[in-house]
Write a protein that binds this ligand. Sequence first.
Ligand SMILES: [Ca+2]
Ligand SMILES: [Ca+2]
Length: 371
Amino acid sequence: MHSTTFGIPLLRPALLFAVSLACSTAQAQVIDFSSSRGAGISQSDVMMENIRIRVPVPNPFDPGSSTTVENSYNVRFRFDPTTLHLVPIGIDQTDPQQACASATVSVFDAVRGAAAPIANASVTLGNQTLQTNAQGQVSFSGLPASTFTINAAASDYVPASQAIALSCDTPASTAIALSPSNPNQGGLGAGQFRIILTWGQDPADLDSHLTGPGTTADSRFHVFYANKTNGGVCGLDVDDVTSFGPETVTCPSTGSTGTLRPGVYRYSVHHYSGLTNIGASGASVRLEFANGQQYRFTPPALSNYLGRNDVWTVFELTVNSNGAVSMAPVDSVMNNVGSGQVRSGDKGAVELAAPQFGRAEDMSLMRGLSK
Ligand SMILES: [Ca+2]
Ligand SMILES: [Ca+2]
């Protein structure tokens, strides 16, 4: 769905939607996409920013003349697989006079983590592009309250983007992490994939968990902060316990020359400690391949979040015996799962009852696929 292409016919319902909100008595309005940009912000949603609509308003004191009023909108679309249309699900008027939101964005090296901020990165948010300082930070202000995509680019790194929700109540604070472009510097080589997690101030500690096929048919490896290279295929490049991330997992491990083991790789985000919950964390997960393909995921906005020990299972990657890889989103939230229970690693009662699964790896969730 990330690769969905859309043309004007698909946008028509959205425009009618936008126009109906813009001016119920619209006449000869002009819809201008010339300064718009669109990006996928989750597995199912596309955000089209800065759709400008100009509406002539008759001048009551000078019959026959009119004044043009311009408004700008950000419109969020969701793909409907039944009709193959993009359906508008949200619209924000981005009136410059309501530009009361601000945001700080930190840019990090995804492999080296929070200890490696990227200076002089170019970050675009809304209609502003700024460069990061020596601490890898950039601050934006004067933006409308809306959901935007952040685009970040730096020399020697692969450019990336992710969603950010801005409000006028609280300044936003988030991070984005970039992969090195050179395989000799930790960049992806042929046959590798990488999962990058970043989030906001709270919770302080989210964790990346990747489970996958072990060396025997009924075993699963579990890579997380307590066992960063379990299974000998994937590696946790960096763990973070102080907000923002990044936490990065690379398969086969960064710098290794191994090959992927066939089976199902399952990626989850665990709320280890800290305030609020995953849904309110501003978490963003990006899956990258060496050929430049990227998928972006954000947690479900409304779910059964309780806080600590929630697990958001994000996606599964299936590696076939011929090396072909396919991705399927899972996007489910479970509660009361301890770190070790994402895949139970001990030999206790839980392990004996379900030898290869933990609570967040229930057999039914694996969809009967090869383990
Ligand atoms: Ca962590
Ligand atoms: Ca941190």
